[in-house]
Design a protein around this ligand. Structure first.
Ligand code: CO
Length: 162
């Protein structure tokens, strides 16, 4: 069966605020979800996509890289550089808003790939930004949480955490 484009959960859908569960078994369902999420991200021209955005509250993200779709299972950011930089972000779950978010310039991340192999990766710049944004989704954090509430349209204001 070929991969399919999945519907995106849009803010303020509650799943976007849940802490996603760790994946304990890399079964057929997860393999299928990785393919579907990859196809969905490319079709919607997203820089990345997290499983809660397609209704699955589990710790899985995909990132759009120049080498193709990179899937990260149970990703954990182990180091974040003290040095941060602002950059423009948007989100497929927040279709009407973009904002400047300060993120660490460099990070280290550990995750499992589709072959259940543990990978350690260093990332910088936009790549590091996208990983930080997507890992935030797994913890119920959205990029609007980093923006000044005053500048946000009313419909985004009430549910921001900080
Ligand atoms: Co997002």
């Amino acid at each position: 069966m070929s991969a399919k484009i999945l519907p995106i959960k849009i803010y303020p859908d509650k799943i976007l605020r849940q802490k996603a569960a760790k994946i304990n078994r890399l079964d057929k369902k997860i393999q299928r979800l990785i393919l579907d999420m990859g196809k969905t991200m490319l079709a919607k021209e997203g820089a990345g996509l997290a499983a809660p955005q397609v209704g699955e509250s589990i710790r899985l993200i995909v990132v759009n890289t120049k080498n193709g779709v990179l899937a990260m299972i149970n990703p954990k950011i182990t180091r974040r550089s003290w040095s941060k930089e602002p950059g423009e972000e948007g989100c497929l779950s927040l279709p009407d808003i973009i904002g400047q978010v300060k993120r660490s310039k460099k990070i280290k991340v550990i995750y499992y790939n589709e072959d259940n192999k543990q990978i350690k990766l260093s990332a910088a710049g936009l790549f590091a930004r996208v990983i930080q944004h997507e890992v935030d989704h797994l913890n119920g954090v959205l990029f609007i949480d980093y923006l000044k509430k005053k500048g946000l349209p009313a419909k985004f204001r009430e549910q921001t955490l900080r």
